[in-house]
Design a protein around this ligand. Structure first.
Ligand SMILES: NC(=O)c1ccc[n+]([C@@H]2O[C@H](COP(=O)([O-])OP(=O)(O)OC[C@H]3O[C@@H](n4cnc5c(N)ncnc54)[C@H](O)[C@@H]3O)[C@@H](O)[C@H]2O)c1
Length: 327
């Protein structure tokens, strides 16, 4: 299979690419390097520096490499920034995505695995969250993902495009070769590790007055290798469905910010000072997944269920690459 991975030089995309190559696929990565790093792309994959909004590059790439399936990970992902620059997020995550879909249809590439997010649920009424929970995003990022999922449904009905949307919860950890190096880092575990390495003075904790046991937000952390495997399973199941499908991917366990810090202190042996700040707009108090549907329909299983395994892998990678991909 020849797979185009958009955003394949980014954190998750680089590890999805690694897994795709390991399972015998030809991979072409398209990334504009706004966040990604070319050195994060395995040498077995073709790398193309290009933007989703560029019709010509997309068209040439799909044609030249005979792409069968697109894994669409390229996006802007900072929830905080999405509440400052909504236009940028709708442009990149929706409009540029439509550009990609139209190029795919024109070139007869009719299958996509899409990186969606738990952010489509907003403030869930019931935990754990199942796929049929109300969809009511509380930030622009989540709205942009939901709009794109809905667009996929219509491209399915009208053009027959097959798609599976993977609603990831909080992805963290590293493979042996690749890890997170986003600039600036916006995800909790990589930030904690920067504090543990002495690259930041302290961790800012946004809000200690949420309706949770210790007052900090609760999230469901999932190992990036478990997410990468989910992509391979989705790829193998694209033909099993006539309509577009969505699946949640999380560990099913929720950890508060303070619990993650405590676990990171154990793994790294560092003090990890924290500083409490006011809440950020658009942060729901608690997000924990039910991934039963993915287990039942895709045969997905967690290989790294413990938070300690996730933090340890991220810590080991970053200790070996203290300046990330600048080596
Ligand atoms: N990290 C998480 O916990 C998480 C959770 C849920 C969903 N997701 C989704 O997973 C996907 C990957 O996330 P990530 O954490 O690897 O983020 P990332 O920022 O590391 O990767 C995204 C990549 O897309 C590239 N990109 C962005 N816009 C582009 C464009 N217009 N053209 C070409 N390339 C472009 C960036 O350079 C980057 O390499 C995103 O769609 C994100 O929304 C991530």
């Amino acid at each position: 299979m020849t797979v185009l991975v958009t955003g394949g030089a980014g954190y998750i995309g680089s590890i999805v690419t690694e897994e795709l190559v390991n399972s015998g696929n030809h991979v072409v990565v398209l990334d504009n390097l706004s966040q990604g790093h070319q050195t994060a792309v395995v040498p077995e994959a073709v790398f193309i520096k290009g933007d989703l909004c560029d019709q010509e590059i997309l068209h040439n790439t799909l044609q030249k490499y005979g792409v069968d399936v697109v894994m669409h990970l390229a996006a802007d992902k900072s929830v905080e920034n999405s509440m400052i620059e909504p236009g940028k997020f709708f442009w990149n995550n929706v409009a540029c995505g439509i550009n990609l879909l139209d190029c795919m249809v024109k070139n007869g590439v009719m299958s996509m695995v899409f990186s969606s997010s738990a952010a489509v649920y907003g403030q869930p009424k019931e935990i754990p969250i199942t796929e049929d929970a109300p969809l009511d995003p509380v930030n622009v990022y989540g709205e942009s993902k939901l709009i794109f999922e809905r667009i996929l449904r219509w491209y399915g009905e009208i053009h027959g495009l097959k798609s599976i949307s993977l609603r990831y919860f909080n992805v963290a950890g590293a493979s042996k070769r690749f890890g997170s190096d986003c600039r600036p880092e916006t995800n909790l575990i990589p930030i904690i590790i920067e504090v543990a390495l002495g690259q930041r003075k302290y961790l800012s904790v946004f809000g200690d007055d949420y309706d949770t046991e210790d007052g900090t937000c609760i999230r469901d952390y999932i190992h990036v290798l478990d997410i990468a495997r989910a992509h391979i399973l989705a790829l193998n199941h694209l033909d099993a469905y006539t309509s577009t499908k969505v699946f949640n991917f999380g560990s099913g366990d929720g950890y508060s910010v303070l619990e993650v810090v405590e676990e990171a202190r154990k793994v790294t042996g560092a003090t990890i000072p924290i500083d409490f700040c006011p809440r950020r707009p658009g942060d729901p108090p608690k997000l924990v997944a039910s991934s039963d549907l993915a287990k039942k329909n895709l045969g997905w299983r967690l290989e790294y269920p413990r938070l300690e395994q996730i933090i340890k892998s991220a810590w080991l990678w970053r200790k070996e690459h203290p300046t990330g991909y600048d080596y």
